[in-house]
Design a protein around this ligand. Structure first.
Ligand SMILES: CC(C)(COP(=O)(O)OP(=O)(O)OC[C@H]1O[C@@H](n2cnc3c(N)ncnc32)[C@H](O)[C@@H]1OP(=O)(O)O)[C@@H](O)C(=O)NCCC(=O)NCCS
Length: 356
């Protein structure tokens, strides 16, 4: 039976390092608070006006393409996962196609908006296309440039200190080798708590959320709001509403439940158990979440890879960056059982189980 495998992987992180102390210069926070709660020591910020989500994704993609032994012209489908796109529209998929110099039009490009689980969803989409025989070289990219869209005042500190920029990419190809490739992917969603971790304005609701933090769906409206103003109003600017909002503890509690659940779901489906995992790459949301999941799954330190200390949470990019780093460091070898898992805004969550 036709399966799919990761044939090439690459990642890119910008050069500029922003430390916790750098952030403490512009907002009320401290290195100690950030490290204790999240494990993060520093993160990367892309070069303003030079780099974008699409250009970083392109750098990671070029490496993945080369390692897969193909050229950009061989790519026949692009899946681009991001919550911080260059434009409202069109999506980053076509911008990446252009940046890669792919001029052929016998190619499709799709952007997906699944935030922290974006890469897992993207990989699953690629897996289905390859297994069905429709495409032979699917490029899956996760890239984020959070730095341009964060609130650097004390008001935004609970969110801003967590996020960083970067990109990762893989090329997914068919394989007939029964002993390697993607064994399964498991995807989930629950929209009940959509606003617990969200960036809601500007949007077609044409209002602004009325609770600063931990809000549910409650919108306020300027009395004189006109059609042309539905995207950005002065009130949104004045009240700092044009930033992501997160109810951290709520997210934390759900994350530590859903990670083990979805990892076990994939393992059970494949007739495997936690001790069979050679490398777990959890989405890098918070080191405390990863440690909790590790403990719950009964895994040793060498069975889990974390790099949030250096990069913060890079959302859709975090899994491919970590997977690439672990592989480059020789921590993932041929035949290893690799498990990827993510949970995030939506809420959406998922896992992917692969034999490397
Ligand atoms: C965000 C997170 C680190 C916050 O930690 P927490 O222990 O839940 O902290 P709280 O939000 O309850 O805030 C505790 C206090 O610290 C303050 N605080 C928030 N951010 C701060 C910061 N960067 N520096 C200093 N103090 C901060 C709060 O204002 C609050 O102060 P108060 O008690 O005087 O009101 C944690 O909830 C978390 O990691 N959640 C999961 C988030 C996540 O993974 N998101 C990505 C999606 S997968």
């Amino acid at each position: 039976m036709l399966k799919s495998k990761i044939a090439g992987i690459g990642h890119y992180v910008p050069e500029t390092i922003t430390t916790n102390d750098d952030l403490a210069k512009v907002m009320e926070t401290s290195d100690q608070w950030i490290q204790e709660r999240t494990g993060i020591q520093e993160r990367r910020y892309a070069k303003k006006h030079e780099e974008t989500t699409a250009t970083m994704g392109t750098k990671a993609a070029r490496i993945a393409i080369e390692r897969a032994g193909i050229t950009p012209e061989d790519v026949d489908f692009i899946v681009f996962a991001t919550l911080s796109p260059d434009y409202y529209f069109p999506g980053c998929g076509v911008l990446l196609q252009r940046e890669l110099g792919i001029t052929k039009t016998e190619i499709g490009a799709v952007d997906i908006r699944n935030q922290c689980s974006g890469f897992i969803y993207g990989l699953s989409i690629a897996d289905q296309f390859v297994k069905s025989g429709m495409y032979k070289n699917v490029l899956v990219v996760g890239s984020e440039m959070h730095s341009m869209g964060l609130d650097y005042s004390t008001r935004g500190r609970n969110v801003t200190v967590i996020f960083g920029d970067g990109a990762g990419a893989v090329v997914v190809q068919p394989t007939e080798d029964a002993n390697s490739g993607i064994l399964n992917t498991k995807l989930h969603s629950d929209g009940t708590y959509a606003e617990k971790l969200a960036f809601v304005s500007p949007g077609s609701h044409g209002g602004y959320h009325t609770k600063k933090q931990g809000y549910d769906t409650e919108y306020g409206f300027d009395e004189n709001i006109e059609y042309g103003e539905i995207f950005v109003t002065q009130k949104m600017v004045d009240e700092g509403q044009l930033y992501p909002q997160m109810e951290g503890q709520f997210v934390f509690k759900l994350a530590v439940t859903k990670f083990p659940e979805v990892i076990n779901e994939g393992l059970t489906d494949a007739g495997l158990k936690a001790s069979d995992i050679d490398m777990l790459i959890p989405h890098q949301a918070n080191l405390r979440i990863s440690q909790f999941v590790q403990k719950r799954m009964g895994l040793r330190d060498d069975q889990v890879y974390n790099n949030i200390m250096k990069y913060g949470n890079t959302t859709a990019a975090s899994i491919p960056i970590a997977l690439c780093e672990a592989w480059e460091a020789g921590k993932i070898k041929e035949g290893d059982l690799v498990c990827l898992a993510a949970f995030g805004s939506g809420f959406t969550w998922g896992s992917a189980l692969l034999r490397w």
